[in-house]
Design a protein around this ligand. Sequence first.
Ligand code: ADE
Length: 248
Amino acid sequence: MQIDILTLFPQLFQGPFSEGIFQRAVDRKLVQVNIHNIRDYTHDRHHTVDDYAYGGGAGMVLKPEPIFEAVEKVKKDTGLREGVEELPVILLTPQGRLFSQEVAQELASYSNLVLICGRYEGVDERVRQHLATDEISIGDYVLGGGELAAMVVVDAVVRLLPGVLGSEASAQDDSHTMGLLEYPQYTRPEVYRGWAVPEVLRSGNHAQIAKWRHEQAILRTLKRRPELLDRANLDSAEKQLVDSFKKL
Ligand code: ADE
C-alpha cells in the first residue's frame, strides 16, 4: 500500500513511523509512506498557506490552492487511472465520520490512500466539496491538527495489511475485530506477588482455553462497553451467556 500524507508539519511524522512493526513493514516494502509539505505547493514569496476567513471571525483558514495542487501531483504520480482505480482522498477533521476498526479494515483494502491534515481553524470548504472523497474524525474531541489523527489512522490500517503482523491470527483476535474487547492475557511468571495465572490457561486443553477466552471477551465487553454487544452478532449460545452474566 502507498500512503501519501499532506501536512504543514512533516517533521511530526518522523518518530512514529520509524519504529517496530511499522519500520519492518516499510523495510519489507509492504507499505510506503510519503510525507508532502503543503507549503511546497505555494507560489508566492512568503509561501502563504492560510488567509483570513470570508465573513470575518477569529482564526485563519487553509487556502485551497496548495492543497489541490499537492493532491493533484500525488494523484498523477500514483499512476492510477482516474475514474477507473479508486483513490480515497481523506481529510482528517473532527467533522468527519468516526474512525473505527471497521473503517480501518475498509481502508486497508485500497492500494493507495491520500491523507490531508487540516490545521488552524479550518480548511477552505472547497477542499471538502471538490477534492476530498472522505472525511474522518478519530473521536469527539478537537486536536490542534489532523497530524496525530493521520498517524492513528495509518497505524491502525498498516497493521491490518497482509504480512505486516507476525501471524495472521494476531490481528484476528484483537479487541474490536470481532466486535468484542480482547480477553485477558498472561505470561510468566505463573505466580506473581501471589497472583496466579488462571488454572485453565495452564491446562493445555485448547478447547477449554478457547471457550474461556471467548467467555472472558464477552464478559469484559459487557462490563466495560455493553453497547458493543448490540452490534457484535452473537449466536444464541453467546446471547444466553450474556444473559447469565447479567444475572450475576
Ligand atoms: N483534527 C482535529 N481534531 C481532529 C479529530 N478529532 N479527528 C481528526 N482530525 C482532527
